[in-house]
Design a protein around this ligand. Structure first.
Ligand SMILES: [Zn+2]
Ligand SMILES: [Zn+2]
Length: 135
């Protein structure tokens, strides 16, 4: 077990693998429901308004968006706080835009094929046996 500093409250806690302490996780789960319900009723909102109206911090909302648990449906829904990790284009959910996800999937396919072991070369035919007999 590791002692880590919680990403949200900055307190040290005994981590089982995550970077968020159990108290914050519980709070985030509650915030998630609040924000999800708000977005459900206000579909084309953006992160600034949502944060103000629900009193959930933007950091938590961005975290939920990155995890793909929330989608803010609307232009600039992420308020520019959530950007594609590859091309830095603003996105509404997840870590990458659709185009970059496509590219990554393609390059992963390439890696799989290029990692294939080369065909084992057939051994050179043994020529010793063909030594001339007599002459
Ligand atoms: Zn915490
Ligand atoms: Zn991108």
């Amino acid at each position: 077990m590791n002692i880590l500093q919680c990403t949200f409250c900055k307190k040290p806690f005994a981590s089982l693998g995550g970077k968020i302490c159990p108290a914050c996780l519980e709070q985030i789960d509650k915030d998630f429901i609040t924000v999800r319900d708000y977005i459900y009723e206000h579909k084309h909102s953006n992160i600034d308004v949502i944060s103000e109206e629900t009193e959930v911090s933007k950091q938590v909302i961005v975290h939920l968006l990155k995890e793909g648990r929330l989608i803010i449906d609307g232009p600039d829904g992420g308020g520019g706080l959530l950007v594609c990790e590859m091309c830095k284009k603003p996105i509404n959910t997840g870590r990458m835009c659709k185009e970059c996800m496509g590219k990554v999937a393609m390059s992963m396919d390439k890696n799989v094929t290029s990692n294939k072991k080369p065909e084992p070369k057939a051994d050179e035919p043994n020529v010793k046996g063909s030594a001339k007999i007599g002459s």
